[in-house]
Structure formats: structure tokens, C-alpha cells
Ligand binder design. Structure first.
Ligand code: ADP
Ligand code: MG
Length: 277
């Protein structure tokens, strides 16, 4: 697909974030909806521009049912804007669903949470173990970066902070959401695959409890709770099995924390996949 801006009508804003604004658009001929992320690259440093180019190249390589699908890019030199065209996820993002549950005093049902766990794990498995010659770390797994399509499938998106493990340096360790920051990052260690697993554990926990596992009135208190692995249990409404898997992902010592393969092949997770096709 090689498109021009004029081939689309802009319908509405779907969200704004760090890099730019996302719009829902419609292809004039096919009438299909998409999303484009409009990024003003004029203000970016050379280093950031390089990162952006690598993000876009990366996206085009990542093809998986649980990863937001990338279609094309358009560069408008006159305005220094890069448009990244991707699949429109009709169900929005998980942060909006969590907020709605909190306001309406509702809970997600347990099959929904297992489905999220299985599908996001599969997306992470691609990043961590299935790419030729690289390990991709997402580095910003959080509710606002998990999207839901029209069929109710979960999709990992927003690879704006994602990085090849080899290129990851200590200096840019503090990225992403502080609530999901892992104990090793707090201790100044390098971000690695296990730090993504920690964030996944925080995310699944938040789907159960509707608040992040680690909180604090001050940053210091938050940091101390993360280091000590102190968090309230998930609501009793959920099964012991779900509790076990979440607890496993939130293991403070990263050498004892599971890899993505261990999660996917965990008997309790496998049992879920075979019982809910
Ligand atoms: P940022 O790097 O700016 O955080 P995101 O890709 O996370 O960018 O997009 C910001 C917000 O825009 C998301 O949280 C979501 O609400 C909305 N959004 C982004 N992409 C899509 C999409 N493909 N489908 C539906 N909504 C989207
Ligand atoms: Mg985002």
C-alpha cells in the first residue's frame, strides 16, 4: 500500500500521547477505517529522529494477530510531519476500560483477564524470542498501550519506546510508567526482558484490582513498595490460579521471575488456552 494524505478523510482524534496525536481516518475509496499517528519530526533531535525511523521500520516487521497492524507511512516534508498508518482498534485501549470499570464499580470477568494474559503474552513472545537476530524490548507495557479490536482481541501497540536489547543503555533506563517500574530498574540495572514481564504482571494485576499493584503517596513510598514487593492481594472474586500466575510475574528477584516462554507454557495458562479456545 503506497498512499497519499489526500486518499483519506480525517474523522476524529482518538488519542494524544508523547510523540503525537492519533486520528481515526477513513480511506476514501475502500471506506475502511484506520488510525494515523501524526508526528511532528521538525522539533526532534537527530537522535530522536533516528529512533523514530527505527520504530517505523520495526513496526513493518512485526506481524502478529496480537500486535497492532502497521500499514504504511506518509512523509509530508513541507510540514515536517510523519504519518504512520495502522489498524484502527475499535475497542479503544485498556486504560479507558479500566477507568470505566472503576467508575461503574464493576469488575472484568475472569475469562476476559485470562484472554488478555494469553494474547499479550503471545505478542511479547514475538518481541522477546521470535524476531530474526534481535530481542525487542517493549519497555512501555501499560493499559494505554494495549488495544482491543472489533472482535475483542487484545493488541500490543505503541512501540515508541521499544528498543533492541543490544542498543539499550543504562542512561535511558527510566522510561515508561513509574508505577510499573521494576525493582532492578530502581536499583539502576539495565532494562531487560524480565522488566517487560514485571510490567505485564502489573498490567494483569491492574485488570483484577483496577489499580496498579504498587502505589505510594510519595515517589519514595512507591519505590520502597516496589523494592519490597509489597502489594495488596487481587480481589478474592478471582481464582487462586490467577493469583498464582500474577504473583509469579511480580517476583522481585529477576532471576526467579519467569520468562515469556515460561508463562506461555505454565500449566495454569495452558489449561486456560485449551478450555477457552
Ligand atoms: P503515544 O506514544 O503518543 O502514547 P499511542 O500509540 O499510545 O501513542 O497512542 C495514544 C492513544 O491514542 C492511545 O492510548 C489510544 O487511546 C489512541 N490510539 C492509538 N492508536 C490507536 C489505534 N490503532 N486504534 C485505536 N486507538 C488508538
Ligand atoms: Mg502510548
Amino acid at each position: 500500500m503506497s498512499q497519499k494524505l489526500e486518499d483519506f478523510d480525517v474523522i476524529s482524534v482518538v488519542g494524544t500521547g508523547s510523540f503525537g496525536t492519533c486520528y481515526k481516518i477513513r480511506h476514501k475509496i475502500s471506506k475502511q477505517f484506520y488510525v494515523w499517528k501524526a508526528i511532528d519530526y521538525g522539533k526532534l533531535s537527530e537522535e530522536k529522529k533516528k529512533l523514530l525511523v527505527s520504530e517505523v521500520n520495526l513496526l513493518s516487521q512485526l506481524q502478529h494477530p496480537n500486535i497492532v497492524e502497521y500499514f504504511d507511512r506518509i512523509v509530508r516534508k513541507e510540514t515536517c510531519t510523519l504519518y504512520i498508518i495502522m489498524e484502527w482498534c475499535q475497542g479503544g485501549d485498556l486504560s479507558a476500560l479500566i477507568r470505566a470499570c472503576r467508575i461503574e464499580n464493576k469488575k472484568f470477568d475472569e475469562p476476559f483477564i485470562w484472554k488478555a494474559l494469553v494474547q499479550i503474552s503471545k505478542a511479547l513472545q514475538v518481541c522477546h524470542t521470535r524476531l530474526p537476530q534481535m530481542t525487542l524490548l517493549h519497555r512501555d507495557i501499560k493499559p494505554a498501550n494495549i488495544f482491543i479490536d472489533s472482535k475483542g482481541n487484545f493488541k500490543l501497540g505503541d512501540f515508541g519506546l521499544a528498543q533492541n536489547e543490544d542498543e539499550c543503555s543504562l542512561s535511558d533506563n527510566i522510561v515508561g510508567t513509574p508505577y510499573y517500574m521494576s525493582p532492578e530498574i530502581i536499583r539502576g540495572k539495565k532494562y531487560d526482558r524480565k522488566s517487560d514481564i514485571w510490567a505485564l504482571g502489573c498490567l494483569i494485576y491492574e485488570l483484577c484490582s483496577l489499580v496498579p499493584p504498587f502505589r505510594g503517596v510519595t515517589l519514595q513510598e512507591l519505590v520502597s513498595n516496589i523494592k519490597g514487593g509489597r502489594y495488596p492481594p487481587i480481589p478474592e472474586f478471582y481464582s487462586e490460579h490467577l493469583h498464582t500466575v500474577v504473583t509469579f510475574m511480580l517476583t522481585v528477584k529477576r532471576e526467579f521471575r519467569p520468562t515469556i516462554e515460561m508463562i506461555i507454557h505454565h500449566p495454569l495458562v495452558v489449561a486456560r488456552v485449551t478450555s477457552d479456545p
